[in-house]
Design a protein around this ligand. Structure first.
Ligand SMILES: Cc1ncc(COP(=O)(O)O)c(C=O)c1O
Length: 460
């Protein structure tokens, strides 16, 4: 099935966006109030986009009051093949009828997903380990594997990186607000500057860049007085997600790979968000000509949001003895079946080419908006992982987190779901299902642009 033959609009609910009742409507309110009364105060997405969800298809979501939204967040990048994709749903249903839990004992579904992953991964990454249900768990497994193989404890991660919420993953994450009151987590994690050219840590403009960021990483590993003991691994998102959809310069990843090789340090690529088709390639590191030693995966891996995570790594690292790392949920039967069906659809339908082409179209529209808006510092991204950074002033680049949050609210009220991220919480983020049609994405960006105009006219 090639993209020309897929009717992307048919995968989504017709008529979106359609706001019949200003959200949250009465039915949504009732569920939100129940949640507020009985669940943790840490709940967050439901506060940013106050609604209750009734059903979802493709790149559209219907709330409990019948409002229809264009989903440009896709469950934080989980819904690559879209909500309720028919082939994937069928595979999940069939698996539910067969068997739903089998520890790490093999099943056909487990083999099917394994085979699809081995087909998708570079030939150097031959070993798979299916972990617990979340991306954070994949990060913990990758850290454990690196420590076990190198006998070293320290890690280097990057400023702006987000790797999850469990102790090890949170230690690699740099978001201060997530860590406040919880330190110490794990010892000896150090942070290098990322290739975030809009806010270069060294004050360079792209035309005067000598890749000071990766030079600094090299210095951390070379200078005996850098304060950094030789790490087990460098952990990097080839394209930063929560950090604000940041695409580093072309030399960034090859330099990081070369530095890791020269210092005999493992390279872990966190592809939990940017992987599995999101950027128009199966893995974001493929844009850079590099191959990591370990890759972490989750989010889109479970096909329709069934929770699962995995790491893939080089054969030489497969030194673990039996039961060195165990758990009740090592994989997920329904996620295997759904994930294998989703990956098959991705590879055989030309979905990645669709995501790449649509991403370019969307980026052009957002860049045009950036050009003539005084409150947009930069529009950026790759494939369908896009971000728009809001500032109060284009010269000073002062971050405007309030504007990004207002954008989320205005878009939501008009039937478009987006999220907010970035170092300063000032980046509006687009992570739509890759099956979004061009018409729906253009409509979402039109609504986004109208909301920018409204804020420009009434900035406070
Ligand atoms: C790059 C990256 N790594 C790790 C994680 C953690 O995944 P999870 O929330 O499933 O634990 C995320 C979540 O957003 C992520 O974006």
């Amino acid at each position: 099935m090639k993209p020309s033959t897929i009717k992307f609009d048919d995968l989504s609910l017709p008529g979106a966006p359609r706001i019949a009742v200003p959200p949250p409507g009465p039915k949504s309110k009732e569920l939100l109030e129940y949640q507020a009364a009985h669940e943790s105060s840490a709940i967050s997405y439901a506060k940013g986009m106050p609604m209750a969800v009734r059903r979802a298809r493709g790149a559209t979501v219907e709330d409990a009051d019948g409002n229809l939204y264009i989903d440009c967040f896709g469950g934080a990048g989980v819904m690559a093949v879209g909500h309720g994709h028919p082939q994937v749903l069928k595979a999940a249903h069939e698996q539910i009828d067969l068997v739903t839990h089998a520890l790490d004992i093999p099943t056909q579904a487990r083999k099917d997903l394994g085979e699809m992953l081995i087909r998708a991964l570079p030939k150097e990454l031959t070993r798979l380990f299916f972990g617990g249900p979340t991306g954070s768990d994949a990060i913990e497994q990758a850290m454990k594997l690196a420590k076990y193989n190198t006998g070293r404890i320290p890690f280097i991660a990057f400023e702006g990186g987000y790797h999850g919420m469990t102790a090890g993953a949170l230690a690699l994450t740099t978001t201060a607000s997530h860590k406040e009151g919880l330190l110490p987590l794990v010892p000896e994690v150090h942070y290098a500057p990322y290739g975030y050219c809009y806010r270069c840590a060294f004050g360079r403009r792209p035309e005067e860049c000598s890749m000071e960021c990766t030079q600094y990483l090299d210095r951390m590993l070379t200078d005996p007085h850098s304060g950094v003991m030789k790490p087990a691994a460098v952990v990097v998102e080839p394209i930063q997600g929560e950090g604000g959809s940041i695409v580093p310069p072309a030399r960034f990843m090859p330099n990081v790979r070369e530095i890791c090789d020269r210092h005999e340090v493992l390279l872990i690529c966190d592809e939990i968000q940017c992987g599995l088709g999101r950027t128009g390639k199966m893995f974001a590191f493929e844009h850079t000509g590099t191959v990591p030693d370990v890759v972490t995966m989750s989010k889109a891996l479970g096909g329709l949001g069934f929770p699962i995570s995995a790491i893939a790594y080089r054969e030489s690292l497969d030194t673990w003895p039996t039961a060195k790392t165990i758990g009740t949920f090592r994989g997920n039967m329904i996620a295997y079946a759904a994930g294998a069906a989703a990956l098959r659809f991705m590879m055989e339908s030309g979905l990645l080419e669709h995501a790449e082409r649509l991403g370019l179209t969307a980026l052009k529209l957002l860049e045009a908006l950036e050009k003539d808006s005084p409150i947009i510092g930069e529009a950026r991204g790759k494939g369908l992982m896009l971000g728009v950074e809001f500032v109060t002033d284009k010269e000073t680049k002062k971050p405007a987190p309030m504007l990004a949050r207002r954008m989320r609210t205005l878009c939501h009220q008009r039937g478009v779901m987006i999220e907010v991220g970035g170092h300063y919480g000032n980046v509006a983020r687009f992570l739509p299902p890759l099956v979004i049609s061009e018409a729906l994405l253009r409509r979402a960006i039109e609504i986004f642009s109208d909301s920018v105009r409204e804020i420009e006219q009434n900035p406070s």
